[in-house]
Design a binder for this molecule. Structure first.
Ligand code: GDP
Ligand code: MG
Length: 776
């Protein structure tokens, strides 16, 4: 029987994991290995993908992938349980030899050596929260697998000679997505002085899988057992001494969110790094594995390659298990000769034969068997977890068969309504009032001391109108980010990915791509960066090309400006229509891409669904503070400069004489070059062209430049032009910052392509809108 045939509520034991390559390895690394029990929780509302519970956590995968997994009825589980019970009596002595004895050289590193730490752990295990506690920094935290997409460095508070690096979450040392590669390479290549391995205690089995691989790296290490508050709150405990003894590294229980145990963690981390105390060397390959086939293979390979590994400066045990799983790159790196490679193959074949499992599964099984042993001896799991029960209850509605999609639409509609029509405008009015008062004050002041008329016009019409208008949108932008971060931090966004997977597959993507797109409503730059969590290049490229269609907050001022000038009574209708136009254009583009540039299948959807969590006020406040700072910084740098430059260019002609009519200015002449292109779509006015060009620097400056150039004469444009202008601004090239992000991800050619292609789309859309407008 295959896993996809299992009905919700039913359990079974995995017999074999089919498929091949990276996906299969990923399954194994996530704990989908023969002998493990799985329970199907539910199917997504559209019937695909499915949600499973395995090793006490929730995993989603598509039915097509589930078909590769052979299962047998759960009755065998009873036998397993029995075996497990016996096994846990087999090693009464473990952990009783007293505290473990780390292998340090005894001499500390010389004073002044910078102690570098890598913060490594599963996705969503609390790395960033801990990083912020360790360093006092304000990195973005989210309850979604894959929020940290790039490494970040910081100094541990009060220890100036240290450097911690927050790395993207990984499930194993065989990377599955490009961000995982960042983490693995950091550990392998940059030789940190020590590793801080953060382990989610509420999901300990799967988290320890990575720990096992890290122990093979032979780098000094501390295990930070995080989320202890949750585990204890549910009545669970961990016998830290036993776990330390079994793993051979210090284990420190902490709660990163509550800042408990962090000082002790710092003390241990600095100690192991300073004294270079490496993990106690020991076998993880227990003898239970049917006569020790894996055990013997591992040791045989270790001996075979020992000298090669030392030469290549790679950890022996890491190399041995990697070679057994099959890594041709590593074999080259180790410079194994023909004979050695053959020997290796024979050893592996023998192991597979004796073990009755293929190479990858044998190694994964060996690790999970050891983990079970550690957990049996040291962890008392809570009978049930309050958080899990709560999550299940919430999920009955939020991912329920009939409720999921209507609720998603409702939640998004509510977010936009609250942001744009209820809370946002209220604060916007307040801020506008404040800016106006300031402006009047400045005007009076300048008149009193007889400041030159032109300068007065620069300050009042240019800076105050321009930058002031942009700044007044700060509340709306901050509020939208507030809601998006609540959705993400609570764990809802992961559900959206689960629910929407099937729909997104129609346009050639997977559910994971919904995340960058939702973030894209805030800002394209982080959205593009967050595509690194996508495990295939094809999906990544395609998602990156689609995110700019999700109207970002910087375009809000443009909409607000035109709507209030031309369509005050239809405000919400027009803004909704614009957002929809962006999404629909994105979908159309996706269909186009799917059949041309990116033929082929979207990547499999294998993702963890974290428990819902209450977003921490501190994290949310930090994010809002960052966003406001960032926005104001832009308003007073890029936008201010653009406004002043535009004011200058429109006030002077080529001989630097002041012009009385700005039509004779430098600006009119230069922007005039582009006017013919824009005339067919009704935007053939040099002032509009100028504002659009400045919008390339920052979208908000379209508004400030228009204010500067048109003054009060905006109404003369007419509503048809306003409508084409809106469509054009929605769709045309993303701003420089976004293009730079795209360039970082995809390279120069793609970035240039995006600029041209989006301008072309915008041009066509504006033309269509204009034609429709002219007909009516
Ligand atoms: P990362 O993906 O590993 O960087 O994890 P984050 O730092 O973004 O945290 C993931 C989620 O776990 C967030 O919702 C945090 O608020 C939450 N979290 C982190 N540490 C703790 C903890 O010690 N206790 C509890 N209850 N929640 C935590
Ligand atoms: Mg993180």
């Amino acid at each position: 029987m295959q896993l996809n045939a299992l009905h919700p509520g039913q359990s079974a034991v995995i017999e074999a994991v089919g498929g091949e390559g990276a996906l299969r390895q990923h399954f194994l690394d996530m704990g989908v290995i023969p002998g493990t029990e799985v329970t199907v929780i539910k199917l997504a509302p559209m019937g695909d993908p499915m949600e499973l519970r395995i090793h006490g956590y929730e995993l989603t995968l598509r039915l097509a992938d589930a078909e590769q997994i052979e299962i047998s009825p759960v009755s065998r589980k009873a036998a397993d349980e029995e075996k497990k019970a016996q096994r846990s009596q087999e090693h009464p002595g473990l952990g009783e030899e007293g505290r473990f004895h780390p292998r340090g050289s005894g001499d500390p590193l010389p004073d002044g050596t910078r102690l570098t730490f890598a913060l490594v752990g599963n996705q969503n295990s609390g790395k960033t929260t801990l990083f912020n506690q360790l360093t006092g920094s304000n990195q973005h935290v989210g309850n979604f697998p894959g929020v940290t997409v790039d490494r970040k460095d910081g100094v541990i508070r009060g220890h100036s000679d240290t450097l911690v690096t927050d790395l993207p979450g990984i499930y194993s040392m065989s990377p599955y997505s490009s961000e995982e590669l960042v983490s693995r390479d950091f550990v392998l290549r940059e030789h940190p002085k020590a590793i801080i391995n953060i382990v989610d205690a509420t999901n300990i089995e799967r988290n320890l899988y990575l720990t096992m691989q890290l122990l093979e790296m032979n780098i000094p290490m501390v295990v930070a057992l995080n989320m202890m508050d949750e585990l204890r709150g549910n009545g669970g405990t961990v016998d830290v001494n036993v776990m330390e003894a079994m793993l051979g590294v210090p284990v420190v229980p902490i709660s990163a969110a509550k800042n408990e145990g962090v000082d002790e963690l710092i003390r241990h981390a600095i100690h192991v790094a300073k004294y270079q105390e490496k993990p106690v060397e020991q076998d993880f390959c227990g003898i239970e594995d049917h006569g020790g086939a894996v055990h013997r293979a591992l040791h045989a390979v270790s001996v075979l390659i020992q000298d090669h590994a030392e030469r290549a400066r790679l950890p022996v045990r890491f190399s041995a298990s990697k070679l057994i799983v099959g890594d041709p790159l590593l074999a080259d790196q180790l410079e194994l000769d023909e004979n050695e490679r053959e020997t290796l193959d024979h050893l592996v074949l023998q192991m597979e034969k004796e073990r009755g499992m293929d190479r990858s599964a044998s190694i994964a099984d060996m690790r999970f068997a050891f983990i079970r042993k550690v957990c049996d001896a040291s962890v008392i799991k809570p009978k049930e977890s309050k958080e899990r029960i709560r999550s299940e209850k919430i999920d009955r509605i939020l991912t329920g068969k009939h409720t999921a999609i209507p609720l998603f639409i409702l939640i998004m509609a509510l977010v936009f309504f609250l942001t744009f029509f209820l809370i946002g405008p209220f604060f916007q009015d307040l801020l506008e009032g404040g800016i106006d008062m300031l402006k009047t004050g400045v005007q009076k002041g300048m008149e009193a001391v007889n400041v030159n008329d032109r300068i007065q016009s620069l300050v009042l019409d240019g800076i105050f109108e321009g930058v002031g208008t942009v700044v007044s949108f700060l509340p709306i932008i901050v509020i939208l980010f507030f809601f998006l971060s609540l959705l993400e931090d609570s764990g809802y966004v992961a559900r959206v990915a689960f629910v929407m997977d099937k729909l997104l597959r129609r346009i050639g993507l997977s559910g994971r791509s919904i995340v960058p797109m939702l973030i894209g409503f805030g800002c394209t730059v982080p959205a593009v960066m967050s595509t690194r969590t996508l495990p295939s290049d094809r999906d990544r490229r395609m998602t990156i090309l689609l995110t700019p269609f999700m109207s970002c907050t910087a375009k809000m001022p443009i909409y607000g400006f035109f709507v209030s000038a031309f369509f005050p009574q239809y405000g919400w209708l027009i803004i909704t229509a614009l957002y929809l136009l962006g999404i629909l254009t994105g979908i159309a583009a996706a269909f186009l891409f799917k059949n041309t540039l990116f033929k082929g299948e979207a990547v499999p959807f294998v993702m963890e669904l974290p428990n819902y969590r209450f977003p921490s006020p501190r994290n949310v406040a930090q994010l809002l503070w960052e966003k406001s700072k960032d926005f104001l910084h832009r308003a007073f740098s890029v936008i201010l400069i653009a406004t002043i430059v535009v004011w200058f260019l429109k006030s002077f002609d080529f001989r630097l004489n002041l012009v009385t009519d700005s039509h004779e200015s430098i600006l009119a002449a230069v922007a005039g070059l582009l006017v013919p292109i824009m005339t067919p779509v009704g935007l053939g006015d040099w002032r509009i062209v100028t504002s659009l060009i400045s919008g390339f620097m920052a979208k908000e400056s379209v508004v400030s430049v228009m204010e500067t150039l048109f003054g009060g004469g905006l109404a003369a444009l007419g509503s048809v032009t306003a409508a084409s202008m809106l469509a054009f601004s929605l769709l045309y090239t993303p701003c420089v910052a976004a293009i730079a992000a795209i360039r970082r991800e995809l390279g120069r050619k793609w970035a240039l392509g995006v600029v041209l292609w989006q301008c072309a789309i915008a041009w066509v859309a504006a033309l269509i809108i204009r034609l429709i407008g002219l007909i009516f």
